[in-house]
Design a protein around this ligand. Sequence first.
Ligand code: CO
Length: 211
Amino acid sequence: MTDFYKQIIENNKKWVESQLSLDPNFFKDLSKGQQPPLLWIGCADSRVPANQIIGAKPGEVFVHRNIANMVIHSDMNMLSVLDYAVNALKIKHIIVCGHYGCGGVQASMGNNSIGLIDNWIRHIKDVYRLHQSELDSISDEEARFNRFVEINVQEQVYDLAKTSIVQAAWKNGQDLNLHGWVYGLNSGYITDLEVNFSSNKDLEEVYKLRF
Ligand code: CO
């Protein structure tokens, strides 16, 4: 057992005590159920902890994280989280939050094979190909990387809007709003990319579903 492993169990005990001192019913109330207004789709990166960076309490954010905050429409894990969030919890906002300095995005810009993950990273390469002319025109490497992080988030928001789950919710008149954000690892601040969807009217024709 490492010291870190022991420490985090101690941390948990202290956290429970401090929560109870603020509100003796904290856990009792949470155990009754959840009604989070927000689904967060973020990167698995340890430096981007969803609740912490937006000051949200337990019960306020439904979270899905994977490498490079991808919305892959055949990913059963993502689809299950999305379906439950939209259709059972009736969440009102979905935020795709990427971050500058994302290792997954960076890997997709290179050619080194890393292993099985190459196949996940390939989805990000597909985004690069879609925006190749803009990205290739940025000569500064860091600026190109930063812009690609933003473009990737934007495409993942589009991919969310294209899902049958989200389009069916809109069709049923559900108030469901999609947003794209980028978190700055070196500043702590979030940039709202202002890619917002609350209906399928701005989707390319071929992706619009009729029910
Ligand atoms: Co990342």
